[in-house]
Design a protein around this ligand. Structure first.
Ligand code: DAK
Length: 262
């Protein structure tokens, strides 16, 4: 598939996906969502990609939400199709076993905030702004925001953002746990790359299973989730990487993980 609204660049084990509609602050229309879905499904089938960074083009915006000019004309059935596609994108990003880091470089509003919420880790630049302003437009969030936001920041902070439509700055987002940390804008991508680089040094199977354990375990009660973790722990012993990791420790050397064979 040829992409007109996103860029997907590969640099060794790191893929960088950039939403590339800066004139409309990277708003998500139907085509952009289709391209994102295709791109992340392709990454899911590519074991050589070990980490993904998702960001927005330009210095002003990550994603300023779903494309309002596109949405205004939708009938109820089209709105449902649009919301379903958006949710599929979020579920794909959350569901692929490759870690995804959101590099939030400006506005992350509405569907843009929801896109960041679907990622595993969020790093924000100092100029980033977050909010779910859908109530200003007379709609509820449609890409999972009412569900992922309270799971991440707790019900109280989520309800305040959802009911008020308030926009918060990066420092407040960090305070309530919406982002992992805030860095100067000119260091955002480099910070994300450094984190990605550290993840790439770890056992790839173990990293993938950690994402699986966190995301699936959160949907279970603690006892079941811990049993699930034990099953995933056992699965690591089917990989040569467990032997390599433990041998390297005992031999006082750095491990060399080969991803291709697992
Ligand atoms: N959609 C389309 N165009 C947008 C946009 C958006 N979300 N955000 C900005 N733009 C466009 C502006 O129209 C403007 O275009 P031109 O006028 O130059 O042609 C250009 O980007 C630059 O924006 P501004 O001139 O407004 O820039 P400012 O710096 O003055 O303001 C802003 C930046 C981010 C504060 C402002 O643009 C803004 O408030 N944008 C809208 C933010 C917003 O409300 N986002 C949430 C969108 S609602 C559902 C499915 C999905 C959803 C809900 C339900 N179902 C089907 C149930 C999701 C909803 C949303 O995400």
């Amino acid at each position: 598939m040829e992409y007109s609204n996103i860029l997907c660049e590969k640099d060794g084990p790191l893929a960088t996906v950039t939403i590339n509609r800066p004139k409309v602050l990277n708003a998500l229309n139907y085509e952009t969502l289709q391209e994102l879905k295709h791109c992340f499904e392709t990454i899911a089938g590519d074991r050589s990609t070990r980490v993904v960074i998702l960001t927005g083009a330009g210095e002003k915006s990550f994603v300023a939400g779903a494309d309002i000019s596109f949405m205004r004309e939708l009938n109820p059935l089209e709105a449902r199709t649009f919301a379903t596609l958006g949710q599929e994108v979020m579920n794909t990003i959350e569901g692929i076993d490759t870690p995804v880091i959101a590099a939030v470089n400006g506005f992350a509003l509405g569907g843009g905030c929801e896109l960041a919420l679907a990622c595993d880790i969020r790093i924000a630049s100092e100029n980033a702004r977050f909010g779910q302003p859908e109530v200003n437009l007379g709609v509820v969030p449609g890409f999972g925001g009412t569900q992922r936001l309270p799971r991440l920041v707790g019900k109280g902070h989520a309800c305040e953002l959802l009911f008020s439509g308030d926009i918060i700055d990066a420092a407040e987002a960090a305070r309530i746990g919406l982002v992992n940390r805030v860095v100067p804008q000119d260091q955002l991508l480099e910070s994300c790359r450094q984190l990605a680089g550290r993840i790439c040094l770890r056992g790839p199977v173990a990293v993938r299973l950690c994402k699986d354990a966190v995301n699936n375990g959160l949907e279970m009660d603690l006892a079941r989730a811990c049993r699930y973790e034990a099953d995933l722990f056992a699965m690591c012993f089917a990989s040569t990487q467990q032997q390599e990791g433990m041998s390297a420790f005992l031999e006082k050397r750095q491990p060399k993980f080969e991803s291709e064979k697992d």
